[in-house]
Design a protein around this ligand. Structure first.
Ligand code: ZN
Length: 199
């Protein structure tokens, strides 16, 4: 069972890791964890992700309602939507990487990215061979989070480990924070391979 202090420490560490990779430019991205009591610890809007402190993390309830008067991430509804459908998911990391941005903008009509025959696919839960394919949906970007949440929802039930938003970034889902970090790192690696292979 993750408590608030433990979640805060894990989110801060994830922020340092992801920002060092260059996947959180200009305070972008957002991270969260589901606590044992069902509430969610999530990054407050507007903080540099490589320099997070406990003040940059806040509590919301399962519907996304803040437990204090600070402003949670602009994409809180997406996190809440994932936790509502995916009972297996307890950590979410959202990056704004160069490769995810270029790849999804270059292939404007692509509705999903198929990752096939990568050794790193084995990082995804339930996969133990490279001889497989994983389809990550790509959604068009919008500032309407309600709309985006509704579009993502049907795909979540299929057990996707991650999804992309065009010209925007990647969402990675994990049962634990360690798993979410592995999924984001492996996916970003495969995205950079795809970008090169498709150029
Ligand atoms: Zn974002």
């Amino acid at each position: 069972m993750t408590d608030y202090a433990k979640a805060t420490a894990q989110i801060i560490a994830a922020g340092r890791f992801l920002a060092a990779k260059g996947w959180a430019p200009a305070t972008s991205g957002n991270y969260s964890m589901r606590l044992g009591d069902g509430r969610i610890a999530i990054t407050v809007s507007g903080y540099e992700k490589g320099e997070l402190t406990p003040e940059a993390i806040m509590l919301i309830d399962a519907n996304g309602v803040p437990r204090d008067n600070r402003k949670p991430s602009a994409e809180t509804l997406l996190h809440v939507g994932i936790y509502a459908v995916r009972k297996d998911c307890n950590a979410i990391l959202h990056t704004h990487s160069h490769d995810a941005t270029v790849l999804t903008k270059r292939h404007k009509d692509l509705k999903a990215l198929v990752l096939a025959d990568y050794e790193l696919l084995k990082i995804y839960p339930g996969i133990n061979t490279h001889e497989t394919k994983v389809k990550l949906p790509i959604f068009n970007n919008t500032q309407d989070m309600k709309k985006l949440r509704a579009e993502v929802e049907p795909f979540l039930a299929d057990g996707i480990p991650a999804y992309l938003i065009r010209g925007h970034g990647l969402y990675g889902l994990g049962r634990t924070m360690a798993e979410a970090r592995g999924i984001v790192e492996a996916t970003e690696f495969m995205l950079s391979c795809e970008l090169e292979l498709r150029s």
